[in-house]
Design a protein around this ligand. Sequence first.
Ligand SMILES: [Zn+2]
Length: 304
Amino acid sequence: METKIKCGICDEKLFKVIYKSKISDYKDSNYLISDSDYGKHPQIVRCMNCSLIYVNPREKRSNLEKHYLNLNDPDYQAESENRALSFKKILKKLENYKADKGTILDIGCSTGIFLHEAEKLGWKTYGTDLSEWSINFAKNVYHLKNVFQGTLEKQKFKSNFFDCIVILDVIEHVTDPGKLLKEANRLLKKDGILCLVTPDIGSPTAKIMKESWWHIRPPHLFYFTSHSIKKLLEKNNFSILKKNRYTWYFSIDYLWKRVKKIKNPVFNFLNLLLEKTFINMVKKWVVPVNLFDSMEVYASKKNE
Ligand SMILES: [Zn+2]
C-alpha cells in the first residue's frame, strides 16, 4: 500500500477521513468497468486545503496497472450498442467545435467503442488503454489501427497533434490526474478541444447515497465536484467551454443484473417475483439513465 498520498490538486498532505475503508483485499475483478461489488471501497478523504476528495492510502501504482493489464470485461462489451448511444452524442457535440473533424485521441479507450463510432463519422482515430484484452478487441473486432496498450506517456505522441482528446470515465482512475491533463494539453493543437466525463461527488445523488453511491468503487482514486474539476483544468491550462450531465444508456437486463446484487431479503423476494413475470418481457429494452451525478465537460486549450 502507498500511504501519505498528497492532494491531486494542491499537494497538501493534511486531510480529513470522510469514509473509512471497507475493503481488505483487491481483486482484478474489482477493476472491471461492469463490476457490481458495491459497497466495497478504500478509505476516502478530503483535502484540508482545497477540499478535493480522494483515496488515501491506496494500492501501489504498479499493482494498479497490473489489475488493468489483466482486465477483460465481456459484460462491458455486451452493452456496446447502448454505450455507443452515449458516445454518438459526445461526437455530435465535438462536431460543433470541429466541423472538419480531424485527429481524435481516446485516453483509456477500452475496447474502442467510442473510436469505432468516431471512425464511421470520418475522424482519424487514436487510442490508448492499459488492458491488453481491450486493445486486442479494438484491433481485431473494430479493426482500429492506432490503438496502443500502455500508459499515455509511454506512447510518445507528438505535441500539438490532436484536434480533440476525450477522457471518458478515466481521470478518476489515474494516480496523477493533473499530470494526465498536462500531457493532454501538450498533445492538443492550439485550438484543440478536450471532452472529459467523470462522476460528480457534489451531485445531490452522491450526497443522498453517501457511501453506497454506485460510483464509489475500488478503482476510483479521485472524486471530483464541478468546483474541483474546474480548478484542476484551469491549473493545467484549460478553459471550460460547456458543462452538462452525462446520460448513460443501459438495457433493462444489464441494470437488473446489478440491482439483484443488493442484499436484502424483502427486496430479493420482490426481485424474484418481478423476474418471473415482468423482467423477461422487457429485458431487451434500452433506457436512458441520468441521475445527474456524472459531469460531461468540454474545455479548450488556453492560448498563452
Ligand atoms: Zn488540495
